[in-house]
Ligand binder design. Structure first.
Ligand code: 5RP
Ligand code: FE2
Length: 231
């Protein structure tokens, strides 16, 4: 497909969707060519917002078979991993800052039969991944501080994305970037090494599947110009 970067996955974040019509909103982004559905779980303790938990995810599971990419901004995460797995999460990503036993947490997620992800806040070094990469299926670099959609991309995170890409080497690990990704920033993110981008406000703009289709297509074609766009 013209303007489409092979291998790039787009994961719309439902944080900026209309929560009164969440099922329809998910059907609409699926119809609009989303690859994964990114579910932001926030507890008001680890990050300053409160969203939803396993019960909502279980209901949404009926809407689509697309991978549910679950971003846990909660601490502690360990007591809730089984509930998110049972609710239908496919990927469970925890924050490196959320608990003292990251290695054990990642082993638990894989033991539940799910893909294990680690997320890094903007102030967290990529060195937090040392000694756990063999337990990881996905690294999520936050390009905003966690909690809210619609924030501005933090350009300093591009250097971290490049370093994580180098650390991953030939391992089969996705490198995902989340926060402030738009047609203006996506090329730089992809050029730095991301193969999965999360986008909330850039996708859920306009309302309805035709707008979402245009928004996702705009992200894909901007990504395909990697090299030409600065942030
Ligand atoms: O994890 C998140 C916030 O904590 C969201 O996934 C992220 O902010 C997406 O929204 P936007 O693309 O509007 O920045
Ligand atoms: Fe997220």
């Amino acid at each position: 497909m013209e303007g489409r970067l092979p291998g790039l996955l787009i994961a719309p974040s439902i944080l900026t969707a209309d929560f009164a019509r969440l099922g329809e909103e998910i059907s609409d982004v699926v119809a609009a060519d989303a690859d994964w559905i990114h579910l932001d779980v926030i507890d008001g303790h680890f990050a300053p917002n409160i969203t939803f938990g396993p019960a909502i995810i279980k209901s949404l599971r009926k809407i689509t078979k697309k991978p549910f990419d679950t971003h846990l901004m909660i601490a502690p995460a360990d007591p809730f991993l089984a509930a998110f797995a049972e609710a239908g999460a496919d990927h469970i990503t925890v924050h490196a800052e959320a608990g003292p036993h990251l290695h054990r947490t990642l082993q638990t997620i894989r033991g539940l039969g799910k893909k294990a992800g680690v997320s890094l806040n903007p102030a967290t070094s990529e060195r937090a991944l040392d000694y756990v990469l063999d337990e990881v299926d996905l690294v999520l670099v936050m390009s905003v501080n966690p909690g809210f959609g619609g924030q501005s991309f933090i350009p300093g995170q591009l250097e971290k994305i490049r370093r994580v890409r180098e650390m991953i080497g030939r391992r089969p690990i996705h490198l995902q970037v989340d926060g402030g990704v738009s047609p203006k920033t996506i090329a730089a993110v992809v050029e730095a090494g991301a193969d999965v981008v999360v986008a909330g406000s850039a996708v859920f703009d306009g309302g309805g599947r035709e707008s979402y289709r245009k928004n996702i297509a705009a992200l894909r074609s901007a990504a395909a110009t990697a090299g030409a766009i600065a942030v």
